[in-house]
Design a protein around this ligand. Sequence first.
Ligand SMILES: C[S@@+](CC[C@H](N)C(=O)[O-])C[C@H]1O[C@@H](n2cnc3c(N)ncnc32)[C@H](O)[C@@H]1O
Length: 270
Amino acid sequence: MTASAAGTRLAHRWHTARDYDTLARRIQFRNAELVAGLHPQPHEVAGAYEIGCGTGALTEALVRRLPVAEIDAVDISADMLAVAAGKPWPQRVRFSQGAFPDVPRERRYDAVFSNAALHWMHPRYPEVFAAINELLADGGLVCAATAGRTPATERFAETCRAALAPLSGLCEPDEFEARRLTLDEAAELSRAAGFTIDDAFVLERTVLVTTDTYARWWVASGGPWTATQVPAETSVDALTTALGGVGREVELVHASVFLRLRKQGPVERA
Ligand SMILES: C[S@@+](CC[C@H](N)C(=O)[O-])C[C@H]1O[C@@H](n2cnc3c(N)ncnc32)[C@H](O)[C@@H]1O
């Protein structure tokens, strides 16, 4: 089958938006609940901004947890936003398409939230943290999770690289590993952007998934094939085979850095 006959091409990373809610349920939906729960005074948030809302996993958690907040949610992908738009939302939620940090920043919010999106903005992390700071009112909070780097994610990446090595020609080196932050790196970026750190921790988990689920999830998340414009199903099949064939269970290692950051107010002078 040629790429055009396949109909689905990796023209951008989030081409399988319709699969996302199924594939991401065990990890990202749980992380979204944790991110929403990082805010200590949810009843006091009047205005919240969400970066990289995707199909609305975190947005849903925010609607439940922040009873009065107006929520502005932005995402770069029209496909992900279209899935979000198909769900029922209260009027206080507004979705818009935009590429963070290149978005208007006239308004100030009480809180900025993000789950599993900031790493897609690498290598612009410093600019991204500065833009988040600019969006916040003094004393405002950031509650976010982004891809984490741990010894276990390094080992996992190495195993995947070895499994994919025979597929050269189909796959190209993926930059994903460069997107991961250690806890120290996340703390450094936060302080450099003018935040104090209320809380910062890494959550690492190992999830047993079948090879085909794993392959689908990886390809949906960008995976190693973004540069080559290979049909999504070809990529999924190749990766499934490389990992040992359909139905076999593999251990997926996932790590996220969670942050609760506070924007410092103006320094009081005696
Ligand atoms: C893994 S999904 C996470 C979606 C959602 N936050 C969740 O918890 O399920 C990452 C999302 O980030 C979005 N994204 C990537 N780069 C972006 C950017 N520069 N600005 C806005 N959204 C972006 C993608 O389109 C995708 O919807």
